[in-house]
Design a protein around this ligand. Structure first.
Ligand SMILES: Cc1ncc(CO)c(N)n1
Length: 218
């Protein structure tokens, strides 16, 4: 079994909950209330800021240029079409990106995980968090890809950005990076990368739970 398959098997319950979630089911059915989608995108735009910095850190720590290039191309996608999607969708749903919203506690936990991975110096930890983020999104979005065109763009494009051959390639690349470095890691590094993978999956699930509930005050 590939290391990434083993890691996924460890978190099967959270993985299933994060990728077959009522939030994304409602999104793909077009029945998710607009206010819920807006609040989610505003929180996710905070997530994306730290995601961009984490991805940049992984690029900086990649073992070789061929290992770095696909991540650099993906960074261009996030900084280009995906960033533009956020700005257009948040505006169309009646919101703003400035000033940024206050991070919900789950968003803050995710930010802390990404910041810790980014400054850990461990490429495996960085890739572990990035892999969970993109692989869970590929898994929830792919079954809905054929319906994206019929939805309002703030739902449809969010599915399209996370499905299809190009995005599958991103996930294959990220998993391949973790599978490639895994055997050379010390047991301590493997444990830290596994812990990052487990925590990231728990937070993906919790992020959708909070978004579905509309971020009720604690
Ligand atoms: C919370 C979260 N996880 C993963 C992705 C995919 O990049 C996202 N946009 N937001």
């Amino acid at each position: 079994m590939h290391p990434t398959e083993h890691l996924k098997s460890l978190v099967a319950t959270d993985w299933q909950a994060a990728t077959r979630h009522p939030f994304t089911d409602q999104l793909a059915a077009g029945t998710l209330p607009k206010a819920r989608m807006l609040a989610y995108l505003q929180q996710d735009y905070l997530f994306i800021e730290d995601f961009v910095r984490l991805l940049a850190s992984a690029i900086a720590h990649a073992p070789s240029l061929p290992d770095a290039i696909p991540a650099a191309q993906f960074l261009g996608l996030i900084s280009g079409p995906e960033n533009t999607y956020f700005l257009r969708a948040i505006a169309a749903l009646g919101g703003t990106t400035e000033p940024p919203v206050t991070p919900h506690p789950i968003t803050a936990e995710f930010q802390a995980l990404m910041r810790a991975a980014a400054k850990s110096g461990s490429y495996a930890q960085m890739i572990a968090v990035l892999s969970v983020a993109e692989w869970t999104y590929l898994d929830w979005a792919s079954p809905h890809a054929n319906r994206a065109a019929d939805l309002p763009f703030w739902f449809g494009e969010w599915i399209t950005l996370h499905s299809g051959p190009g995005f599958e390639g991103v996930v294959t690349y990220l998993r391949g990076q973790l599978d490639q470095v895994w055997p050379s890691l010390t047991p301590e590094d493997q444990a830290a990368a596994q812990s990052a993978f487990v925590t990231a999956t728990r937070l993906e699930r919790a992020f959708f739970d909070a978004a579905l509930a509309g971020y009720p005050a604690a």
